[in-house]
Design a protein around this ligand. Structure first.
Ligand SMILES: [Zn+2]
Ligand SMILES: [Zn+2]
Length: 787
């Protein structure tokens, strides 16, 4: 007689709404096993009965062959007495937890799968050319979910009643669309419509007849601008090769220079525009389908105004059936940019889009499936074969970042001001939000507060600990300080950057190190624009000794005045004035002879006076402002029209073949200062000597890298630390990042860089969350003030 065993299983992770139960069903029945599988609040439960060898085989293949969208975090098994069941069944959903707890995860929106693409282009298929085709392995998720559990009535598909064939697929465990909540077809699902610039229907009376998509493509080819409703919001589309159309879009959007992204129909089309290596190809075709910033090919068939003066182009491939059809209908690349005016958030509600974009778009290609939550495209670079996220949003959110050391109490981290994200965390999961944007207007603030409420519901988080940036004027800080009945943890901005890099790398995931929450101290290099320091000055060129719980400021760039505060951020020439004033006459440098001084002569003396007196000129150790100063000295840019522009253009200018590096002195105090002015002095001197700006820009970048190397060596001499974490928006500069990592590695350092969350302020919330957890463990969180 054959022995029979019964094993109970619990599978945790992203295992609902991804076809996990039918997968278990077919795996078990294929092996001749009996038992059952079902969903409950904690994920998937199953009982498997049969000969030990077959049960073992089942367990081995469970993780290996799981459906594409599943992410198994943990499988636990226990032995049960056999029940004598030979058949296998899918059980009805398990009972809700008695305490109302909800613990399941929601998948991110996912690019159209190969099976759906095949059906999309098959004239015999009932979903032939249907722009909303999807299945269990692909389609919208996060952007249509209004609440949990993830069931159709709680999505924006609720209003569409399934037709008989769709319902049959939905209820058939053997079908690819079994329990695919957004399942639909031309007979029962959402429909496209083409509207005119004022929102009037356009598709019926136009000569191209009833196909809004063909008509939209025709308009694009004619050089018109079409607003296209996508997955997480409206885009503005134009023919990327059409000079006039791209110029018109820039003018109407009030966006002077900031690069636009381009949609290429496929990998071959992307390769015609940019250099695409294997890592970039993998990212472009990944389920998340981010915009990937890639080196542009000379002569790429894209209007120069798409990304003025930029050697890179942001490329994405189609990620919805609608984008596939639109790209297929166009002969060449389509320029696709957020549907907004200048820096407002992307429009995602139909009425709002019509109101805000009617002055920009000549037509609207829209549909009647609502977007529940605004989600921008994600943006990434490739660094040494790994993604280096610039914006983590559509396709990644809301999948959590695993934090093995976990969160003893539930945490809300409010993020920073620019490129805001927030983060809710519990157990081993940090739910970093979609890109909220710059918290500078009412609309973005509403996205922030509503987003927090949405995440709290979806992931059943009731935060007891709230982390915030120390900057008293950030709206995210004010939001945190207004909360009652929570414990508060103020987190220094650059400590948060370094901690986000540590969490990104799973630092301290092993046995707990000396710091609370695991993780030995590291050298943290945080270079960014500005963040509030513990001494009330603006930091931004920081060398920290940090772990999750705390930090010490080991050294920093020597502070300089920021003449005019915000004005100095918009006008890099003011930073040139601040730096050059301290250097004038040094080694024969005549600041007055430099073009930057002449170009800005009308305001120069007043700005210098402001810097000297310290009136409206707070001190800053910012690395970003150092790049600004050099950019202005070299004549790259005196004023910017988007964040980071001067530094980005300085990087583009630099001659990558140049090996020379400027030197900066480091003083000998215990908390050292780097005399960054030496770098500005060297650049100005070389300029006066007639050295080409491209060479100077490269020597400056190499010089900053040498500064990081020297500073880290100094810290290692004193503290024997051998790991360096690099974070802050300045490390989006690829030339600098490559140089810094190469130099540090040649000195035997282990270098941590970002690959899951951005090094810019979009990653701050994750850093705040892990710091809050570490400090909470040490009892260092403080009750909110009674109000
Ligand atoms: Zn599919
Ligand atoms: Zn249908």
């Amino acid at each position: 007689m054959t022995q029979v065993i019964r094993t109970a299983l619990r599978v945790e992770g992203i295992v609902q709404g991804v076809g996990f139960r039918p997968f278990v069903y077919s795996l078990a029945t294929g092996l001749g096993l009996g038992g059952l599988v079902g969903n409950d609040v904690d994920g998937v439960f199953a009982e498997i009965e049969g000969p030990p060898a077959a049960v073992g085989e089942f367990l081995r293949r469970l993780e290996r062959e799981a459906p594409p969208l599943a992410r198994i975090e943990r499988v636990t098994t226990s032995v049960m007495p056999p029940a004598g069941t030979a058949s296998f069944t899918i059980a009805p959903s398990g009972p809700n937890a008695p305490d109302g707890r909800r613990g399941t995860l929601i998948a991110a929106d996912t690019a159209t799968c190969a099976d759906c693409l095949r059906e999309l282009s098959d004239p015999a298929d009932r979903r032939y050319r249907y722009p909303f085709i999807n299945c269990t392995n692909c389609g919208p998720r996060f952007t249509i979910v209004r609440d949990v559990p993830y069931d159709r009535p709680l999505t924006t598909m609720a209003g569409f009643t399934m037709c008989e064939p769709c319902a049959a697929e939905y209820h058939d465990p053997a079908d690819r669309r079994y329990h695919a909540q957004p399942v639909c077809c031309p007979a029962c699902g959402p429909r496209l419509a083409l509207l005119g610039a004022a929102g009037e229907p356009r598709d019926r009376e136009e000569p191209l007849g009833g196909d809004p998509l063909e008509r939209a493509a025709e308009l694009l080819r004619d050089g018109r601008i079409v607003a296209v409703k996508g997955l997480g919001g409206y885009h503005l589309a134009a023919d990327a090769a059409h000079d006039d159309a791209v110029a018109a879009l820039r003018a109407r959007k009030h966006r002077e220079d900031k690069p636009f992204a381009v949609l290429a129909a496929g990998l071959a089309a992307a390769r015609a525009l940019c250099e695409v290596d294997d890592a970039a190809a993998a990212l472009l075709t990944s389920r998340a389908r981010p915009i990937v910033l890639l080196p542009r090919r000379p002569g790429a068939a894209v209007a120069p105004a798409a990304a003025p003066g930029n050697r890179h182009l942001g490329i994405m491939l189609p990620y919805t059936p609608l984008h596939h059809l639109l790209a297929g209908a166009m002969a060449g690349p389509i320029l696709l940019t957020s549907g907004n005016v200048s820096d407002e958030p992307i429009a995602y509600r139909d009425e709002d889009a019509l109101a805000r974009l009617s002055g920009i778009a000549d037509a609207f290609l829209t549909h009647d499936r609502a977007i529940h939550i605004r989600t921008d495209d994600s943006v990434t670079r490739v660094f040494r074969g790994r993604p280096l996220p610039v914006r983590r949003s559509r396709g990644y959110v809301p999948e959590p970042v695993a934090v093995p050391s976990g969160f003893p109490r539930q945490v809300l981290a409010c993020g920073a001001e620019l490129k805001n994200t927030f983060c809710l965390a519990k157990d081993r999961h940090a739910f970093v939000s979609h890109h909220i944007g710059d918290l500078e207007n009412v609309e973005t603030l509403r996205s922030f507060t509503e987003g927090i409420e949405h995440f709290r519901r979806l992931f059943d988080v009731d935060p007891r600990v709230v982390a915030y940036d120390l900057h008293p004027e950030y709206l995210s800080t004010k939001y945190a300080l207004d909360l009652a009945e929570v414990d508060l943890v103020g987190v220094q901005h650059h400590h948060a950057h370094v901690a986000s890099c540590l969490a990104d790398n799973g630092w301290g995931a092993g046995p707990a190190g000396p710091g609370a929450g695991g993780g030995a101290p590291v050298i943290g290099v945080a270079f960014d624009g500005t963040g509030y320091g513990t001494d009330g000055t603006l930091w931004g060129g920081e060398f920290l000794i940090a772990d999750y719980a705390g930090f010490e400021r080991a050294g920093h760039l020597a502070p300089v005045p920021l003449p005019g505060g915000q004005a100095a951020i918009r006008q890099p020439w003011r930073m040139a004035a601040a730096y050059l004033d301290g250097l004038d006459g040094l080694d024969g440098l005549d600041a007055g002879s430099l073009d930057v001084t002449r170009r800005n002569s009308a305001q120069w003396p007043a700005v210098v006076a402001m810097a000297r007196k310290g009136v409206n000129a707070p001190l800053t150790s910012s690395a970003g402002r150092l790049f600004d100063a050099v950019a202005a000295v070299l004549g790259v840019r005196d004023a910017i029209n988007y964040e980071g522009q001067a530094a980005i253009e300085l990087e583009q200018l630099a001659d990558p073949a140049e090996r020379g590096a400027y030197r900066a002195a480091i003083d000998t105090q215990e908390a050292f200062q780097v005399r960054a002015a030496d770098l500005v002095r060297a650049a100005a001197g070389d300029l006066t000597a007639g050295i080409p700006p491209a060479v100077i820009a490269a020597r400056f970048h190499n010089g900053v890298a040498a500064v990081v190397e020297a500073a880290c060596l100094r810290i290692r001499e004193r503290r024997a630390l051998t790991t360096v974490a690099l974070s802050g928006g300045v490390f989006q500069n690829m030339l600098l990042l490559h140089q810094v990592v190469a130099r540090l590695e040649s000195r035997g350092f282990t270098v941590l860089t970002h690959s899951r969350v951005p090094c810019n302020d979009g990653g701050i919330s994750l850093g705040q969350a892990v710091i809050a957890a570490a400090r909470d463990r040490l009892g260092l969180s403080a009750p909110a003030a009674e109000s």
